[in-house]
Design a protein around this ligand. Structure first.
Ligand SMILES: *Cc1c(COP(=O)(O)O)cnc(C)c1O
Length: 449
């Protein structure tokens, strides 16, 4: 597969070049030249395949020939010892994307990207150094994804005292090839330090640097996998039983069959930078049985407004209780409109935005009515369905739950009661924090590096 920049469709690059450069030189984002199609035999048997098999079939055409099939086979097994259960909750399905080690959907992208980086750089003698600034969640997923991956070391900068104790242990509790730096300052200070370091000549001479940027195609493509796996199950009338990390109290009503539906499922996607939703559109174009999508946002509703008015207006972001979605100018929008016109998008995408009060209401209501805990991000997607279809909800319909509610206990518990903590998060809380603390100055950063 060849890739080109969203801003230059003449010059194409290999998967390796696209992944290792992250962003195109003209400032555009890399997109595949074409979106491939599943072979018929794959498209009709998604429900019978394991998650890792769906991962292999979905990712392979995007990375061939540079990642050989035998390596990819191995990769999907080491990257995904977990899957994405599709659970029945009340009147709809929930696609749980938080069964990975950091209990958020970013694990799917980060774990693939880490292994792809390592493979594509094999044989290089200088180790690759990745520098990331985080406000909380991305740092944890990147640290965990790259932990123990050969030839790569990672430094995560986070604002001291401004991440949750759980997030701090996800970032600074690993050790090994992952270093953590607590900066006495804000997230913006961390980001400024990373940018300055990238521009420093001395520093660049000493290290081969890269960013584990969220717009990297290597993070985008693996996110198509869980949509395809779930859509296959829906088409066969199947869903999964509750698993250990499923945040439900009392008796589960999951696991039973329901009427198969060949027209395909509608996914409601809690969106911020729109990487997750773009990957869903790829899964649909690959041939997974998907009818359409709901772009569910918080008050940062740039894309829902665009779908309604036809005008795209980037805005500064507002802080909300679904903070991983506080994005006023989503980067992946450029990818979406590069593949599809507004008219085309309107055929399979509806936008809805949800307020903090509505999120809070959902957290309590869904716990009350279905004994199920949503997190503030999944609650946006849940409420968006009710707002878009106040009378009769189309079926089948699946809400994406992008984080485990225990990660946002301080918001969820006052409204929904005590959230059961999954074993993976309990283990994280036992780690010691191993971070160096520095002032928010570049000299201090260069010294510890
Ligand atoms: C990153 C994130 C999102 C938003 O995903 P995008 O791909 O940026 O749209 C939603 N929920 C959670 C929990 C996240 O961490």
């Amino acid at each position: 597969m060849r890739y080109y920049s969203t801003r230059n469709k003449v010059e194409t690059l290999s998967f390796r070049q696209a992944v290792l450069s992250g962003l195109a030189r003209d400032g555009g984002l890399f997109i595949p030249e074409t979106i491939p199609q599943y072979r018929k035999a794959v498209a009709t048997s998604l429900a019978r395949m394991s998650f890792q098999e769906v991962a292999f079939e979905t990712i392979q055409p995007f990375v061939t020939p540079e990642i050989p099939d035998a390596f990819l086979e191995d990769l999907v097994h080491t990257a995904y010892p977990f899957s994405a259960p599709l659970i029945q909750v009340g009147d709809r399905l929930v696609l749980e994307l938080f069964h990975g080690p950091t209990a958020a959907f970013k694990d799917f992208g980060a774990r693939f990207m880490a292994r792809a980086f390592s493979y594509l750089r094999r044989g290089e003698d200088k180790p690759l150094h990745i520098l990331v600034a985080t406000s909380g969640d991305t740092g944890g997923a990147v640290a965990d994804g790259f932990y123990g991956v050969e030839g790569i070391s990672v430094t995560v900068l986070y604002p001291k005292g401004r991440v949750s104790p759980l997030q701090e242990r996800q970032i600074a509790g690993l050790g090994g090839n992952i270093s953590a730096i607590a900066v006495e300052g804000s997230f913006d200070d961390c980001q400024r330090l990373v940018k300055t370091a990238f521009g420093d000549k001395e520093f660049k001479k000493r290290f081969t640097l890269s960013s584990a940027n969220s717009i990297n195609v290597a993070r985008l493509i693996p996110q198509a996998v869980y949509y395809a796996a779930a859509a296959g199950k829906v088409a066969a009338g199947l869903c999964d039983k509750d698993e250990e990390a499923t945040p439900r109290v009392g008796k589960a009503d999951g696991g039973q069959k329901f009427s198969p539906d060949s027209k395909g499922v509608i996914f409601s996607v809690p969106s911020g930078n729109f990487g997750n939703l773009t990957a869903g559109l790829y899964a649909m174009k690959l041939g997974a049985p998907i009818r359409g999508f709901i772009a569910a946002t918080n008050i940062n509703k740039t894309v829902p407004d665009y779908l309604e008015s036809g005008y795209y207006e980037a805005r500064p972001s507002f802080a909300t209780i679904s903070n991983a979605m506080d994005v006023g100018d989503p980067s992946n929008f450029e990818r979406m409109i590069s593949h599809w016109s507004l008219t085309e998008l309107r055929n399979f995408l509806r936008g809805v935005w949800v307020s903090d009060d509505e999120i809070r209401e959902m957290l309590g209501q869904v716990r009350e009515q279905a004994a199920y805990f949503l997190d503030p991000h999944g609650a946006v997607a849940w409420r968006a369905v009710d707002k878009l279809f106040p009378q009769r909800q189309p079926s089948p319909l699946a809400v994406l739950a992008t984080a485990h509610p225990a990660k946002f206990a301080e918001t969820v518990e006052p409204l929904a009661g005590q959230v059961p903590v999954p074993p993976s998060l309990k283990k994280v809380m036992e780690r010691d924090v191993k971070a160096k603390t520095i002032g928010a100055e570049i000299a201090a950063l260069l010294e510890v590096l």
